[in-house]
Design a protein around this ligand. Structure first.
Ligand SMILES: [Ca+2]
Ligand SMILES: [Ca+2]
Ligand SMILES: [Ca+2]
Length: 665
């Protein structure tokens, strides 16, 4: 085989781009639209080479590729990427009318308001683009909306979330490990390359997750990331890949290493069938370094700066909540490029804002997902968030959003929760990852430091507009694993989980922590789940494949999730502190009726934690929890352990580094 000429290379590249992008992503994936698709494909393949060779308009990409009639956003603002759009006029098709349009100076982008009639029937339309030099068509699909029941559900303290890094959980389809679109990025021996994990791998293990007792899956971003080695960001001195998903090159496509839109829809539907919700991980602060916009932005103000001229983010995040900030520092923090190379999107540009809002609503609408985890929340202005959250809630009122503000200071973190006007707007944000609680959990339960650091952190709950919806965690994909902290033991990890699953908030587990996986830093904390990949020596998804210690930990965690499922107060009860000293902490979770009386005996639980390396006997007043003398309480983790309330007090003997969860049943 001879090397292709430059023209051939361009044509091959263009065809691939066309096949992948011009047709609606959703349409490509729906078998039922097969006939229409074949027709559209043939038409484009026949007309495209002619278009390419002349100055007539050409279309490479349609964002969004599809939308719905009777949607709260109508018209939808469609962005076409291509060439030769100067002086373009666009006409619609049946049930689809074109409003305001604009074209960028280079003629490479065309914005068009697409108004969908209430009665428009689902199906593919052809938007007709005419310039003084010629004409072309772009496909746009009117979609049938998903039924609301069982979709767009939101998450709540009733849920237990489980975070999965898609590439590292399970390889369910070896055929997509080295895709034609992006050859050479797969290498399981390199911790910065793709390892083959995919959406099929998650589908295959839904029964495992159901059995573990989790109820919602947070998946790392499934956006299409760059198809090449990243030579801008070097890891250990060599280029890396976008296996983590946080560097999108296309906000409207699924990463080809993970699957496609049809597979994603299958995953959401299969999860829902088992009662598991899906939370999408999104990024709107920045794009990946190789997004086509970077060197050819749709508007002059699309990014904050350019590849050549921009500020670097040096993370002066304290200026964001400072009532009298040094404006230059604040601007640098809001608009500087992460790591000096992640292009910072300018959400103050109304076209950018519309693009991002529609993108979020599109993913929700086409998949039926239940919640959003938003990356790098604090680096995006509240005035944008207000519009974004309002747009979500208008269309999907139950859907919930959790924002990532990676900061251990509750004064800073709480600033970003909705319900309060901050920096000119109420962000409308439901929930935050509870990093202020994450660090004390690590210090106390992993390192064995004083446990009272934990209730001291919870004492700052008054800062939040709603602390009960915060997502609590003891591990995640950006930090070393719990078991790699100095001093960490399985007993400490069990205790940390006992706390996490009984305190206020929405607990979030990190894949592999249920078997005590280790990994001291970010890359090693993203190791492959044993048994998820071809050739693995053992399969820790099964009892037979787990060590005795792993099985013991797994069963303990399983017991906790099931207890939380059964005991309503552990999910919805008010948190009442009963006893705190250096290494012991006791609290009640209690559901009160409107008359503030206990409704049923089982509507409280009392949790006692001993973080000390020796047994402890503690005694405390239980009147604040509404318990009366003579009541017998049984430890749900050790049913032989029964205690009785005497003189309104409870006396509990608790072994070293262990927990008891008392309930009246
Ligand atoms: Ca795979
Ligand atoms: Ca890709
Ligand atoms: Ca920013």
């Amino acid at each position: 085989m001879t090397e292709p000429t430059e023209m051939q290379t361009r044509k091959v590249h263009w065809r691939r781009d066309t096949l992948k992008h011009v047709l609606p992503t959703s349409a490509r994936s729906f078998a039922s639209f097969g006939f229409k698709l074949i027709f559209a494909f043939l038409t484009f393949l026949l007309t495209a080479p002619v278009c390419f060779s002349q100055n007539i308009p050409q279309v490479l990409k349609v964002d969004p590729p599809s939308w719905w009639a009777n949607h709260s956003i109508n018209p939808v603002r469609v962005l076409l990427r291509g060439a030769n759009f100067r002086d373009a006029r666009v006409t619609g098709a049946e049930g689809v009318r074109i409003g305001a349009t604009s074209v960028n100076a280079a003629g490479t982008y065309l914005f068009a308001d697409v108004q969908i009639d209430p009665g428009a029937k689902p199906g593919i339309r052809r938007l007709h683009i005419v310039t003084s030099r010629g004409a072309t068509d772009a496909p746009f699909e009117v979609l049938q909306p998903l039924v609301r029941a069982g979709h767009f559900q939101g998450f709540s303290p009733d849920d237990v979330v489980y975070l999965i890094m898609i590439d590292r959980f399970s390889d369910g389809n070896r055929a997509n490990n080295d895709p034609a679109q992006s050859r050479g990025l797969y290498d399981r021996t390199n911790k910065f390359y793709y390892h083959g994990g995919d959406l099929q791998g998650v589908i295959n293990h839904l029964p495992y997750l159901k059995d573990l007792g989790v109820t919602a899956l947070w998946l790392t971003p499934w956006y299409d990331n760059y198809d090449r080695l990243n030579e801008i960001e070097l890891k250990d001195g060599t280029p890396c890949t976008g296996f983590h998903g946080y560097n999108p090159q296309d906000f409207y496509a699924v990463e080809e290493h993970f699957g496609d839109l049809a597979k994603l829809r299958e995953l959401v539907a299969s999860a829902h069938k088992l009662g598991l919700k899906i939370i999408q991980d999104e990024v709107v602060n920045h794009t990946g370094p190789y997004h086509p916009w970077v060197d050819d932005p749709p508007t002059p103000t699309w990014f904050n700066g350019t590849r050549q001229h921009h500020q670097k983010n040096v993370f002066q995040t304290w200026t964001l909540h400072d009532p009298r900030p040094v404006e230059s520092l604040k601007k640098e923090t809001m608009e500087g490029w992460f790591l000096d190379f992640l292009p910072d999107l300018n959400q103050r540009d109304p076209e950018v804002a519309r693009y991002l809002i529609q993108n979020t609503l599109w993913w929700i609408g086409v998949t039926g997902l239940d919640g959003v985890r938003m990356d790098t929340w604090q680096y995006v202005p509240n005035t944008f968030w207000r519009q974004w959250t309002a747009a979500i809630k208008r269309e999907y009122p139950k859907l919930t959003v959790v924002g990532e503000v990676k900061d251990g200071d509750a004064i800073h973190t709480s600033y970003f929760q909705g319900g309060v006007v901050r920096d000119g707007a109420d962000s409308g944000l439901d929930s935050l990852l509870d990093f202020p609680l994450f660090y004390p959990i690590r210090h106390a339960f992993a390192e064995g430091k004083n446990l009272d650091e934990v209730p001291k952190t919870l004492a700052k709950d008054y800062l939040y507009s709603n602390p009960d919806i915060l997502v609590t965690l003891l591990g995640g994909h950006d930090d070393g694993r719990f078991m790699s902290e100095q001093g960490a033991t399985i007993a400490g990890l069990k205790l940390a989980n006992a706390f996490l699953l009984t305190t206020r908030g929405v607990p979030q587990l990190y894949y592999g922590d249920e078997i005590g996986m280790t990994g001291p830093d970010e890359p090693t904390a993203r190791a492959d789940f044993p048994g998820g990949f071809p050739g693995d020596k053992r399969n820790a998804f099964t009892i037979a494949g787990r060590t005795r210690e792993e099985e013991d930990l797994f069963q303990y965690l399983r017991e906790l999730t099931h207890l939380r499922g059964e005991l309503q107060p552990l999910k919805r009860g008010t948190l009442i502190n009963l006893y705190v000293n250096g290494q012991q902490y006791a609290y009640a979770r209690k559901i009160r009726s409107k008359a503030r009386e206990v409704i049923f005996n089982s509507d409280y639980a009392i949790v006692v934690l001993n973080n000390d390396s020796k047994p402890a006997v503690i005694e405390f007043d239980v009147e604040p929890a509404g318990l009366s003398d003579g009541e017998d309480l049984r430890d749900q983790l050790n049913l032989r352990n029964v205690v009785q309330v005497k003189d309104r007090r409870l006396k509990v003997t608790i072994p070293a580094r262990s927990a008891a969860i008392f309930a009246n049943q």
